[in-house]
Design a protein. Sequence first.
Length: 279
Amino acid sequence: MDHFNFRQAGGLELLVSATLEASGFINAFTTRQGGVSPLPAGTLNLGNFSQDDHLNINENRRRLKVALDHNERPLLTLQQIHSADVHRVTTPEDAARASLEPPIGDALVTSRRDLLLGVQTADCLPILIADRRTGATAVVHAGWRGTLAGIARRTVEEMRERLDSSPADLLAAIGPAIGPCCFEVGYEVVEQFRTVWSHTAELISQSGQVHNPGQDGRVHLDLSLANRLQLREAGLPDTSIEDCNLCTICHNHRFFSYRFENGAVNPVGRMMGVIGWRE
Ligand SMILES: [Zn+2]
């Protein structure tokens, strides 16, 4: 938590990375607080369109932009599909298109300084990335499938190859997500990680004890560490990666959790990780 602060703004409670902010980037991870959605009443659902009124979500997004003091900027989001697909926005036409219809994929990168990028989560890992030299920004949605597919690493590769970013200039902030304390997965998930990752043993634990391989099928996966390792592999210094270390299940009073609130049956809201250049 060292470099993150909770802050009240415009009736919303936001978790802000002080490091990103000090480097010139508007940023926030939202909580439940401050919206108009009935999930339950008065919550800030920023993404679950299928189980909430569009008008509520639009009002919640407007409040978020006001709280960030950038109500005039387009907020670009994604149709997230648990993939490793990265969508790039560089021209005004790209931005207009993405604003009308959210592109399909699980990361957005942009060189533009007149946008806000947002990623929607309720257990999956939200990552904000910023280039201190160029002002380029990115958001990443990394659940276990996207993590397995390498979404964080591919986002950094896209920034290197297409936006002229150097990993040494990048900062990453990892927001609230289901923690290794609570993220129980089946052994079939672990087996899939083993097929592509040599360091899988580091990522799993038994009965919530991190970093010990499980034996009895009750295995906990450390999504945050998996993504930190990917960002490091992609060239980010470990000291440039921050993690708020807040679990959406342990802190369910504050954050939405698809798993804990049984999203397969009940309507569960979505939080947003958002980033933009301060100008
Ligand atoms: Zn937990």
